[in-house]
Design a protein around this ligand. Structure first.
Ligand code: HEM
Length: 394
């Protein structure tokens, strides 16, 4: 059975995932004590089946994990109806298509500023880092701006977030666990203080809006407020960085796809983004727990047992996608499940699409002849799949 921490698997998981799909149904993973759903239709059902829920199990000992635990159990992502419906409805308005479209000028301005900074390096004959100089700062700045997280403190976000999300890997190390506890406490305290300040001095931002909802005793308690803000700040950038980085590296490695972007980036942007999401998924595994005995893909999942949707595998399912192992930036239709499905469908999908939709053609128009300068460096993680750094010469 797959060893999710094997460096060879992390370097290229797709052959092993294809072999898993040959079972044609969910497969039990003894070490993880859960079923894995590698095929598209089963993974899709995992997200949609109402008998399967996101049920967060507190980590123990609880006194050590206290903040980490409630940051999850009181967040939108880790709760189920009716709590999920209440929390999601409080923030959904901020993420609807019209509101997000209103952010286009800010996204275009930040993209331009990043390109100007990159150009300083290029003009001096240096390479630039696709991740640190471009893919990462755009979503971090935008989500920070939307929430009202101070610009001068943005550097704190990525390390806190990275430390927390490493807990979503399979069997996180003792070191990862220690860092996650510390980051959860610091991040929660910071957001709590920020929310207190906003109650006194509200701004035009989501933390102020939510802080006032809490203050008025409506629908949101203090843990839910902090947990929601922390989730949005983390989810609002982690996957976006990797979707862009993974897609760009794959495209730069393939001369035909490289040529498409070089000559036609604006014309193919919409389909290219979806193919970025499908081809080398930034998020690979999401779990659910059965609230009652359930049958999925012909397999019985007993109450309390877990099953995981393998998104990256589903997105390569040969039963759904023609030539699934080939990147085709003009692929249409492209029914990937990179943003999930069902009630937890990604709240930030319109924002992620807009950010990539602006930044992708802008980069190609500026540097049509860009190429990889050396081997991109991968992060050693499977669930959140991405690159540490990607040197580019232009
Ligand atoms: C390319 C980038 C992104 C990808 C691939 C992605 C993927 C996903 C997936 C797969 C889920 C569902 C998880 C599950 O069902 O267990 C999800 C949920 C969520 N995403 Fe995203 N996401 C991205 C960007 C964003 C952005 C920019 C935001 C902005 C705030 C965001 C906020 C959320 C939230 C709040 C949820 C939880 C929704 C709920 O539980 O109802 N995501 N995302």
């Amino acid at each position: 059975m797959i060893d999710f921490n094997d460096p060879a698997f992390v370097a290229d998981p797709y052959q092993a995932l294809a072999a898993l799909r040959l079972h044609g149904k969910p497969v039990w993973h003894e070490e993880m004590q859960m079923f894995l759903a590698p095929c598209h239709s089963d993974a899709n059902d995992v997200f949609r089946n109402k008998s399967l829920g996101r049920i967060f199990k507190d980590k123990t000992p609880e006194f050590e994990w206290e903040t980490f635990n409630w940051l999850h159990s009181d967040s939108i992502l880790d709760s189920e109806p009716p709590k999920h419906t209440r929390l999601r409805s409080l923030v959904a308005k901020a993420f609807n298509r019209n509101k997000i479209e209103g952010m286009r000028p800010a996204i275009e301005r930040i993209t331009q500023e990043l390109l100007d900074a990159i150009d300083e390096k290029v003009k001096s004959g240096l390479t630039f880092d696709l991740i640190a100089d471009y893919a990462e700062p755009l979503p971090v700045k935008i989500i920070a701006d939307l929430l009202g997280f101070p610009e001068s403190e943005e550097h704190l976000l990525r390390p806190w977030s990275q430390s927390i999300v490493k807990m979503y890997e399979v069997n996180p190390s003792a070191q990862y666990q220690m860092e996650a506890k510390k980051a959860a406490s610091e991040f929660a305290q910071y957001v709590r203080d920020l929310a207190e300040q906003r109650k006194i001095n509200p701004g035009q931002d989501l933390i102020s809006d939510l802080a006032l909802v809490e203050e008025n005793g409506e629908k949101l308690n203090s843990h839910e407020l902090v947990a929601t803000c922390v989730l949005l700040l983390n989810a609002g950038h982690e996957a976006s960085v990797n979707a862009f980085g993974n897609g760009m590296v794959a495209a730069l490695q393939r001369p035909d796809q490289n040529a498409l972007l070089r000559n036609n980036s604006r014309a193919v942007t919409d389909t290219a983004l979806e193919e970025f999401m499908r081809f080398d998924a930034p998020l690979h595994l999401f779990e659910r727990t059965a609230s009652v005995d359930t049958t999925l893909g012909g397999v019985k999942i007993e109450q309390g047992q877990k099953i995981a949707a393998l998104i990256g595998s589903a997105n390569r399912d040969e039963k759904v996608f023609e030539n699934p192992d080939e990147m085709d930036l003009t692929r249409d239709p492209n029914p990937h499940i990179g943003f999930g499905a069902g009630i937890h469908f990604c709240l930030g999908a319109p924002l992620a699409r807009l950010e990539m939709g602006v930044s992708l053609p802008a980069l190609w128009e500026k540097y049509p002849d860009m190429r990889l300068a050396g081997e991109p460096v991968r992060r050693p993680t499977f669930v959140l799949r991405g690159y540490e750094s990607v040197a580019i010469s232009a």
